[in-house]
Design a protein around this ligand. Sequence first.
Ligand SMILES: [Zn+2]
Length: 292
Amino acid sequence: MTTDMTSYRIGDIVVHRIVESICTDFEALKFFPETTPEDWEHHSKWMAPWAYVPKTGNIVLTIQAFLVQTRRHNILVDTCVGDDKPRPQRAFWDMLKLNTFLPRLKAVGVTPDKVDYVMCTHMHPDHVGWNTQLCNGRWAPTFPNAKYLFTEIEWQSTQALHQQRPLPHFVDSVLPVMEAGQAQLVNTDFALDDEVRLEPSPGHTMGHVCVRLSSHGQEAVITGDCIHSPVQCLEPEWVMRADIDSALAARTRRSFLVRCCESSIVVCATHFPEPSFGRVVERKNIFHFEYL
Ligand SMILES: [Zn+2]
């Protein structure tokens, strides 16, 4: 657990974690609203302090993207919260000035112009932020040469939500990409090539996808938000506060864990505490996340 592992190789593919921040602002009982203090008494013992902060009762989440480098492409999967974004509903993500994301991307040799694809697991504020940045007072795509892939279902369903209640992140981090003509709407099982493809994982949002990587017989999967914390390996039915269809999210999560366990593939768990790479294993009918 003390390793600072920031990248992992799958055949010809290298996956780098690009960390924007470590978030300890979410209260466990509110993040998983159906849980009780007794649930946490049980789990906090093995989760503290790396995944649960006993003093505050908050959970530890990594806010990060994965840079997937294949022989052909630089692919950025999700783009964190972003700087300068007005998020009045979420004080700790409001108008951030972290200046961590692009420097850390650059530190692995990738400047914004070198990103070929931006893949979006779903359209929540902590996954689309760096899609755009302020440029002369306007939101412009951060990655000028990239195609941004969104799933058609996610685009349609987020648009519908936005019509009911305006979503600031949709306005400043998704619409400008559309307007610039850099977006490509794809199916939830879209394959970019023989190494990188999407895998439908609905429930957290309707168009949510994981990203599957495969090279020379080695396999990995980027979770997005089909699972948020290692505790959900043991408790797949725990609903996260923003799961739009909680029953579907729980079914998706359980079948995801079963498949990960059976195939023993490398799991790049988007919000898990660092180093976030691991495998799902089963002991006595209970799943666990074993860090690499
Ligand atoms: Zn998220």
